[in-house]
Design a protein around this ligand. Structure first.
Ligand code: GLU
Length: 441
C-alpha cells in the first residue's frame, strides 16, 4: 500500500515551506488510496515542545490534511537502539571522539588543500586501548555510519536520475556522544518499519537521502521512492529561509487566507501545470503529479494568496459564511442579499465587517467643494429608507431630471456622498442594504 509521511520536528510552527512537503506527501497517499502518517520527529528533547506538536496538528486540521495515524520518534527509542546494535554487529558503525573544534580544524585544512571537507575516518584506526583512553578523557564518542565508497544512485521523482559518490560524503553521525539518537537513523528505521513507500522532502535533504539509502540497505530494508522538491524563494528569487518565520501557517490564517486558496497554489507552484483555484480537496488530489514539478527554485509571493482567497470566497454560497455573518451582526434575513453584494468586494472575510458597518451606520460623506450644492439638492430628493433595489434607479433618475447632470458627473458624486468611497459595489444593491444615508442629514 502506498504510504507516505509528513515528518516535522516540533521545534517551531509549520510554515509555507513545510506545507509544501506535507501537501505533496498527503496528495500522493490520497491519490493512491494509501495511508498518510503524521510523524513527529522529536528525538531532540531540548528543542522539541509539546505546544508545537499541538500547533502542527491544528494547522494541518485547518487545511484539511488529515492523517491516518500519528507516530512519535520519542516513543521508539528502543527500535533505534536495536538498529544501532545491528549496524555495530555488521561492522558498519564506529565510535569517533573528535571534538567539534578538532573537526573544524580538519575541515579547514582540507579546504586549504583544495579537498572536499569529508571526515577522514581517523577513528577507524584507533585501537581498543586508545578508544578506552579517549572515552575516559572525553566521555562517550559519537557513532558514525561507515559508508560504502561506491556511487549511490536513485531515480528521483523530481530531480530524475541522481548519482552521488559516497566518498564525497562524511560518514554520518547517527548517535551523539550523550546518547541522543539523531534523525538520520530514526527516520530510516521508521520509514522501513512503517512501510513508507514514498518520501517527498526538500532538496536540502538530497545528501541525507544518499546516506539513508545505504543505511536502509545495511539494515536489510528496501529504500522508498524519493522525490526532492525545490526550495521556495521570495518573489525576486531571494532566499526565503530567514523569512519563513513570518510565513507560518497560523500567520496566513490570521491574515484571512483561505485553506483552499493556499492549497491550490501550493499543489501547483513550481510544476509545469498552471495554478488553478480548486474548491475541493478531491480535485487537488485528482490533478496532482509529483513528476510534473521542476528542480529549479520556486518563487513564492505571499501576495498571490489574496486574489485566490477572494476568488474562492466569491464562489461560496451564503451558508458557507453564515457563522461569520452572524459574528459581524448581519441579521438573518439580510444575509443573502448582503453576501451577494459583499462577496464581490472583499479580499478576506475580515473585510465583511467594514461593509456591514457601512450598511448599518452609513458613511461619512465624501463631497468635493464644487459638488456641495448638487449633493444638497440630490439629498433633498432621496426619500427616507427603507430602500430596495429600485431606490437607486428612481433616485438617480429624479436627480438627473432636476439637475441636468448625467453619466459619471451624476453617479460618482452620489456614490461618494452615500458610501464615502470612490468605488465599491453596485449601488442599486448596496443602497438596498443601507439602513442610514448620513449625507441625507
Ligand atoms: N524532521 C525532518 C525535517 O523536518 C524530516 C525530514 C524527512 O522528511 O525525512 O527536516
Amino acid at each position: 500500500m502506498t504510504t507516505t509521511r509528513f515528518a516535522p520536528s516540533p521545534t517551531g510552527y509549520i510554515h509555507i515551506g513545510n506545507l509544501r512537503t506535507a501537501l505533496m506527501n498527503y496528495l500522493i497517499a490520497r491519490k493512491a488510496g494509501g495511508s498518510f502518517i503524521l510523524r513527529i520527529d522529536d528525538t531532540d528533547p531540548e528543542r522539541s515542545k509539546e505546544e508545537y506538536v499541538d500547533a502542527i496538528k491544528q494547522d494541518l486540521e485547518w487545511l484539511g490534511l488529515t492523517w491516518d495515524r500519528v507516530e512519535r520518534q520519542s516513543e521508539r527509542l528502543d527500535q533505534y537502539a536495536d538498529a544501532a546494535d545491528k549496524l555495530r554487529e555488521i561492522g558498519r558503525f564506529y565510535e569517533a571522539f573528535e571534538t567539534p573544534v578538532e573537526l573544524d580544524l580538519k575541515r579547514k585544512k582540507q579546504l586549504n588543500m583544495g579537498k572536499p571537507p569529508v571526515y577522514d575516518r581517523a577513528a577507524l584506526n584507533l585501537s581498543d586501548a586508545e578508544k578506552g583512553a579517549l572515552r575516559a578523557e572525553r566521555g562517550s564518542g559519537v557513532w558514525r555510519f561507515k559508508l560504502d565508497h561506491e556511487r549511490i544512485e536513485w531515480n528521483d521523482g523530481v530531480l530524475g536520475d541522481i548519482s552521488i559518490d559516497a566518498a564525497s560524503v562524511s560518514d554520518p553521525v547517527l548517535i551523539r556522544g550523550d546518547g541522543q539518537v539523531l534523525y538520520t537513523i530514526a527516520s530510516v528505521v521508521d520509514d522501513t518499519e512503517m512501510g513508507v513507500t514514498n518520501v517527498v522532502r526538500g532538496s536540502d535533504h538530497v545528501t541525507n537521502t544518499a546516506t539513508q539509502i545505504q543505511i536502509i540497505k545495511a539494515l536489510g530494508g528496501t529504500p522508498p521512492e524519493f522525490a526532492h522538491h525545490s526550495l521556495l524563494t521570495g518573489p525576486q528569487g531571494e532566499a526565503l529561509s530567514k523569512r519563513l518565520g513570518t510565513l507560518a501557517l497560523r500567520d496566513l490564517r490570521e491574515q484571512g487566507v483561505q485553506p483552499m486558496a493556499l492549497l491550490s497554489l501550493m499543489a501547483r507552484l513550481g510544476s509545469s501545470d498552471p495554478v488553478e483555484l480548486r474548491a475541493e480537496m478531491a480535485e487537488l488530489i485528482d490533478g496532482f503529479d509529483i513528476n510534473r514539478f521542476g528542480a529549479a527554485p520556486t518563487k513564492f509571493d505571499v501576495q498571490d494568496l489574496f486574489p485566490l482567497t477572494a476568488r474562492y470566497l466569491q464562489a461560496q454560497p451564503v451558508e458557507a459564511v453564515k457563522d461569520r455573518l452572524d459574528a459581524v451582526g448581519v441579521p438573518a434575513d439580510s444575509q443573502e442579499a448582503f453576501w451577494a453584494v459583499a462577496k464581490e468586494n472583499i479580499t478576506t472575510l475580515a473585510d465583511l465587517e467594514g461593509w456591514w458597518v457601512l450598511c448599518r451606520d452609513g458613511a461619512e460623506p465624501l463631497v468635493a467643494d464644487e459638488d456641495k450644492d448638487f449633493i444638497a439638492q440630490a439629498m433633498a430628493l432621496l426619500p427616507e429608507g427603507p430602500y430596495d433595489t429600485e431606490s437607486w434607479g428612481k433616485w438617480t433618475a429624479a436627480v438627473k431630471e432636476a439637475t441636468g447632470r448625467k453619466g459619471k458627473g451624476l453617479f460618482m458624486p452620489l456614490r461618494k456622498a452615500v458610501t464615502g468611497m470612490e468605488r465599491g459595489p453596485d449601488m442599486s444593491a448596496l443602497l438596498s442594504l443601507m439602513q442610514v444615508v448620513r449625507a441625507r442629514g
